[in-house]
Design a protein around this ligand. Structure first.
Ligand code: NAG
Length: 258
């Protein structure tokens, strides 16, 4: 019995929130303990709120874009270079990652690009324009640990940001081939750099586990192991366009053939 309780406890601390586990346990003991626990939690939340930085009261969406380890904003910065690199292959694009609405609406603004998005986490704080994209079926929520709800070769290009940083190799082994499955011309992967700060503690419950920011050599080895090869043509064009404009991404960007 005591042995069985080891695992959930460990998972709680993996998520960086051991205190919540403790609070939940106290619930069953007495209502008074729960009241005290809630008060303590309230104070912690208040302290965290007032310590969040001098004069930066940002809403959660902004907080997400600003927190490092967010490569979704990097995707938007990289769009002009992606267009140079992929040209006509950018007809039907799928973006997979947090804040997918932002990427999809930026792509749709181009006019010539058909864009869809998969949001792997929650859409609770979605603004009205995001909700409208969801209603129209452009963006959907989907757990990327399971096969994507699309037929093979549904898109020319699949662009992934952040999402893979939150998957263990066990899930990566399933998710990565599945991303390749739905794309005909390429897979572009944005991941955080090991030097980058990880997502904020307050955002962890959303992702389930802290990001694991892996090195470029780790990813390269992993892609080879998974049978994915570098998409040489677009990679060269992307790097040429980037260096011409002095664009130096904070995130790692990998171009893979599918
Ligand atoms: C993932 O796949 C690779 C190659 O197919 C294999 O060597 C590795 O053991 C797998 N990892 C896990 C955790 O299943």
């Amino acid at each position: 019995m005591s042995r069985r309780s080891v695992n959930p406890g460990r998972r709680m601390s993996d998520g960086g929130l051991p205190s919540v586990g403790g609070l939940l346990h106290s619930k069953s003991r007495s209502p008074r303990v729960l009241t005290i626990a809630l008060l303590v939690l309230g104070v912690i939340v208040l302290i965290a709120y007032f310590n969040s930085g001098p004069g930066v009261t940002v809403n959660s969406r902004e907080a997400f874009t600003r927190s490092e380890g967010s490569c979704t904003s990097e995707v938007i910065q990289a769009l002009p270079y992606l267009k140079k690199a992929y040209g006509n292959d950018m007809q039907k694009v799928l973006h997979v990652g947090p804040d997918s609405c932002t990427v999809v609406s930026n792509l749709l603004k181009e006019g010539k690009i058909e864009a869809w998005g998969v949001e792997p986490y929650d859409l609770e704080d979605a603004d009205s324009s995001c909700k409208s994209l969801v209603r129209k079926g452009f963006v959907r929520m989907s757990d990327i640990k399971f096969p994507l709800p699309y037929r093979p070769d549904s898109f020319n290009l699949v662009v992934v940001s952040d999402a893979l940083d939150y998957l263990t190799p066990r899930y990566l082994n399933k998710t990565l081939p599945d991303l390749a499955r739905v794309s005909t011309d390429g897979l572009v992967i944005f991941t955080g750099n090991p030097g980058q700060q990880k997502a904020k503690i307050s955002e962890l419950p959303k992702f389930g586990r802290p990001a694991k920011l892996r090195s470029s050599s780790w990813w390269t080895r992993y892609f080879i192991q998974t049978g994915l090869t570098e998409n040489e043509g677009p990679l060269k064009k992307f790097e040429q366009a980037a260096s011409k404009n002095n664009y130096k991404p904070d995130c790692q960007i990998f171009h893979l053939s599918t």
